[in-house]
Design a binder for this molecule. Structure first.
Ligand code: URA
Length: 216
């Protein structure tokens, strides 16, 4: 994993397995069934990388041979929060990694007049110091990402406990999110070239929601 030179809070998960699987996700001839499976695998691998530095504490246990103090995860169970709809595609892989994680949901739509994101559904576990992994495969304009972070903060989540997990990011979106929330760590498998005039990431992989759910 490396920190991007232009964006100090952006981490690129450059693990070869992640990069290989992302290439298959990008291909237009990858069918829905493979797209889902690959996205799940990538989310699990990225989840492993982004939880590297979560704090541990020690508990006393007994092995068949003797007592010992052994490390366990400290604090409350982490929360996984997909931004609807495409974020759902990353949840299964993260749950496989952290089976007792709590799951929140943030549903956003774009107001046709103001063009600003508005939430239509928010359901979150109690913050209480836990880690929140906010996920959306495509960090494109950054507007919904920044809004979702605001929703978490407004609901009492501490900024230092939020990690944003994307699959592909555009520089425009990273800038919007980091300008608004410089303290939030962002993780992505790739930083692509730019957004096109329809706010799609190029080269990207198309519409992640449509590719996950087989719509359109
Ligand atoms: N959302 C997507 O699903 N794809 C993009 O390229 C941009 C936003």
């Amino acid at each position: 994993m490396m920190v991007h030179k232009d964006f100090p809070s952006l981490h690129i998960v450059d693990h070869p397995l992640v990069q290989h699987k992302l290439t298959w996700l990008r291909r237009q001839d990858t069918p829905t069934v493979s797209f889902r499976a690959l996205l799940k695998e990538i989310a699990l691998l990225m989840g492993y990388e982004i939880t590297r530095n979560v704090p541990l504490t020690e508990v006393e246990i007994e092995t068949p041979l003797q007592k010992m103090r052994a490390p366990v995860l400290a604090g409350r169970k982490p929360a996984i929060v997909p931004i609807l709809r495409a974020g759902i595609g990353m949840v299964d892989g993260l749950i496989e990694l952290m089976p007792s994680a709590r799951i929140g949901h943030i549903g956003l739509y774009r107001d046709p007049e103001t063009k600003q994101p508005c939430e239509y559904y928010v359901n979150l576990p109690e913050p209480g110091g836990r880690l929140f992994i906010l996920c959306d495969p495509m960090l494109a304009t950054g507007n919904s990402a920044a809004h979702a972070v605001k929703v978490l903060i407004d609901n009492g989540v501490e900024e230092q406990n939020i990690r944003f997990l994307a699959l592909v990011a555009a520089p425009e979106g990273v800038k919007v999110l980091t300008d608004a929330y410089p303290g939030i760590a962002i993780y992505t498998a790739a930083l692509d070239e730019k957004l096109n005039e329809k706010a799609y990431i190029v080269p990207g992989l198309g519409d992640a929601g449509d590719r996950i759910f087989g719509t359109r």
